[in-house]
Design a protein around this ligand. Structure first.
Ligand code: TXE
Length: 494
């Protein structure tokens, strides 16, 4: 089969890698390569960063008003809406996630560009009160410069948008480095910026292996900020690399999120919440509710209901509307998931569903793992402490609120948490006590352009979405004007 070719966008032009090398990308459902992307090296990084740098310091972009930037973002939103079906299909082919999920995500993207487009000209400085009567002092908020957005394979355009919409609204220019496994949708998307009317060089892309070009990007002297979503080991490496030149860093890393069911919950809803927390997207989401904490009095009932529900989940072709569980995105990730299943068994967790590759011959070419549930998990087992990033649920019993809080917070992570209860006092007490950037009550896996998202503890640094996100891509300048003639004693601080 001839591979579909995707190229990078640099300074408004479609470009191949300087070396002329390519990288094939596979379809996780068929196991076959279907496309190729440029395999870049440090020369390509230099070209992309310098294009972004020139666009930041000269040309139309730095002269454009925030209102004009906002209009461009809104025009981009319309183009995404037009191309949503095409972009979503590219994502499914690359990452194997359900078409229904990817189409929903891509159709939702315009909201982010409308929101941040609207916000662009509402970032106000202030005139400060002064304790020095002969001074007039004001603040203004300015962009940082070149922002590098590094994105993972699970939701390529959504997680990019969480960075890009705010970064552009703030007036920065950008270099995007998508995951080597799922670059196609990002490269197709980058082609829309010219059509929307963005000046060349404002948005650039560079593709290839993280270990080949990551350090060059992260340590480039002309880069002001790295906005990263990915695994914790890579996140720590990015943080250390950026520290060498004290760059701004935002990290959105993994989680081991507790989804907590109390005995007074509406159990039908809670069971569905448990399923959506871990088996949607085959568990490949940073907010996966991979630890299901269930109050002892309803533990057996909830466990058997979750198992019964999950056992009916249909695995299959992610493009088909009746498929509920798709393949794992990469073979390496599937091996990692299967390793954790072995580890859980060795640690004494009781496998009550799945635990292997499906036997159905129609799934044999795809990288599937059965929805898997372990019961009687204790929170000190590795299966409860480390991020699996796959369809593997650990069910952990607890006694009361205090016990639930202790277990939920006993983790290095703090990205999200779910609470299922009908008691409002309990809901608010739990929301206060849980160390997580997002707490859902009687729901799970809800996100919005309006709602700040990010991690406590080792789940990350910084917030995406909501009004505060634009400030993550800006710096404050304070301007002092003297209203008096004459300079007092020049040897004394004023
Ligand atoms: O992610 P990486 P991987 C977790 C999940 C998974 C694990 C590893 O547990 O099993 O991470 O996945 C780029 N400098 N998550 O290896 O390496 C890379 O090219 C700069 C959680 O695929 O973190 C890609 O673009 N960049 C997560 C991006 O980093 C580098 C989503 C993420 O890849 C680099 C995905 C380097 N040295 C995986 N090395 C979430 N939080 O949602 C790689 N990259």
């Amino acid at each position: 089969m001839e591979l579909q070719t995707f190229r990078n966008t640099v300074a408004g032009q479609e470009v191949e890698s300087a070396s002329g090398r390519w990288l094939a990308s596979a379809n996780p459902f068929t196991g076959q390569d279907w496309s190729r992307i440029p395999r870049c090296d440090s020369e390509d990084v230099e070209r992309a960063v310098m294009a972004a740098h020139s666009a930041f310091v000269s040309g139309d972009w730095p002269r454009m008003t925030a209102t004009a930037r906002g209009k461009l973002l809104r025009r981009l939103a319309d183009l995404i809406e037009r191309d949503a079906a095409k972009l979503a299909a590219l994502e499914v082919r690359d990452n194997g996630k359900l078409h229904a999920e990817m189409l929903g995500q891509v159709k939702y993207l315009p909201e982010y560009y409308h929101y941040f487009g609207g916000l662009a000209d509402k970032v106000e400085g202030s005139v400060l009160p002064s304790d020095k009567p002969d001074m007039f002092t004001y603040t203004k908020h300015e962009p940082l410069g070149v922002v590098v957005c590094i994105t993972p394979w699970n939701s390529p355009l959504l997680l990019l948008t969480w960075k890009l919409a705010a970064a552009l609204a703030a007036g920065n220019t950008v270099v995007i480095k998508p995951s080597e496994f799922t670059s196609a949708s990002t490269l197709a998307f980058a082609g829309l910026f010219r059509e929307a009317g963005f000046p060349d060089g404002v948005v650039n892309t560079v593709t290839g292996y993280g270990h080949e070009i990551g350090d060059a990007l992260v340590q480039h002297p002309k880069v002001a900020k790295i906005a990263f979503t990915g695994g914790d080991a890579t996140g720590a490496r990015v943080y250390a690399g950026a520290a060498k030149s004290l760059k701004h860093v935002a990290l959105e890393l993994g989680g081991k999120s507790p989804n907590i069911i109390f005995e007074d919950a509406v159990l039908d809803d809670a069971v569905k919440g448990a399923i959506s927390g871990i088996f949607a997207a085959s568990g490949q989401t940073c907010i996966a509710g991979s630890r299901l904490l269930v109050q002892r009095s309803v533990y057996d009932e909830v466990t058997s209901r979750v198992v019964a529900f999950a056992s009916t989940a249909r695995m299959g072709d992610p493009m088909q509307p009746d498929t509920q569980v798709g393949p794992i995105t990469t073979t390496a990730q599937r091996e990692k998931v299967l390793d954790y299943i072995r580890i859980a068994r060795d640690e004494g967790a009781r496998c009550v569903l799945g635990g292997k590759v499906p036997e159905d011959p129609s799934l044999a070419e795809g990288w599937f793992v059965e929805p898997t549930i372990f019961a009687d998990v204790s929170n000190d087992m590795r299966i409860a402490r480390e991020e699996v990033f796959g369809p593997v649920l650990s069910i952990i019993p607890f006694e009361d609120e205090a016990d639930a809080i202790r277990i939920a917070n006993d983790t290095i992570y703090g990205l999200a948490a779910g609470v299922w209860t009908q008691d409002m006092r309990r809901a608010i007490t739990m929301a206060d006590a849980l160390q997580a950037g997002t707490v859902w009550v009687n729901t799970y896996r809800a996100v919005s352009f309006l709602a700040p998202f990010g991690g406590y503890k080792q789940s990350g640094i910084g917030r995406e979405n909501g009004q505060e996100a634009i400030h993550e891509f800006m710096q404050t300048k304070c301007v002092w004007l003297s209203l008096s003639r004459g300079v007092p004693n020049p040897f004394v601080l004023r």
